[in-house]
Write a protein that binds this ligand. Sequence first.
Ligand code: PAF
Length: 290
Amino acid sequence: MAILTVHTVAELRRHIQCWHIAGEKIALVPTMGNLHAGHIRLVEHARERAERVVVSIFVNPLQFGPNEDFKSYPRTLEADKIQLMASGTDLLFAPPVEEMYPDGEQRVTRVEVPELSSILDGEFRPGHFAGMATMVLKLFNMVQPDIALFGQKDYQQLAVIRRVVQDVCVPVNIIGIATVRENDGLAMSSRNQYLTPSEREAAPLLYRTLGEVVQAMKHGRRDFQRLEAEALRKLRVAGMRPDYVAIRVAQTLSAPDADARYFVVLAAAWLGKARLIDNIEVQVAARADA
Ligand code: PAF
């Protein structure tokens, strides 16, 4: 038996409509394919929370910059279908680019979240979050899911999506799922396959370095800029090319003040041809003098 796969919005709507009429709860898991255990974890969580699980696979040109890996991004639809079948997906939506952007992607209306889209990853990948949010909002309108699940590895992406949903009143519950890691701590990502064997060995340093920042904060350090600078130095010494290491207030990603207690430590770093991103949330004790 093959997984139910549709390539057009009209076909998608036909199936979804039946499920809506039957009063079934629908979960959406948006992906760009090349599925790994992190994606499958999202599907499993979706399965537990809804009667119907829709997975989309679409390598979205709008969220790639001109010098990024849109053309070479791994496309493995047939292997993905087998994994989705085994994990209990009800429907795979795999549209071609012309279905998502019939008038061309340059002419499509954009969804832009000010500020949040231009900091951290947004500073290094201009237009990325607008391209991502535009596509995700289109998916929400096409599927009209009750819930949608995203990995917390893409922490800023999750924050942008939550803002869009709140700002334009999309009736969907956004659920963030914990990052799935390899045994040595490296966050799972389709882009990890760009690493050579020696780079792959070095890659878990990113997560370890974030962990050290977190430990330092738990031990009372609040000199955020110095902590960031130390972490950047560590990554550079090991041959990585970090874009940033940043300590921010969890969820909002705003710059923390001395009294903040809920943080996220985020980083992006190049290692060879792979751009790795990762983050750890941390809650610290209130200051004794506060
Ligand atoms: O995280 C991803 O894979 C993509 O950014 C998403 C959410 C599927 C939108 O293209």
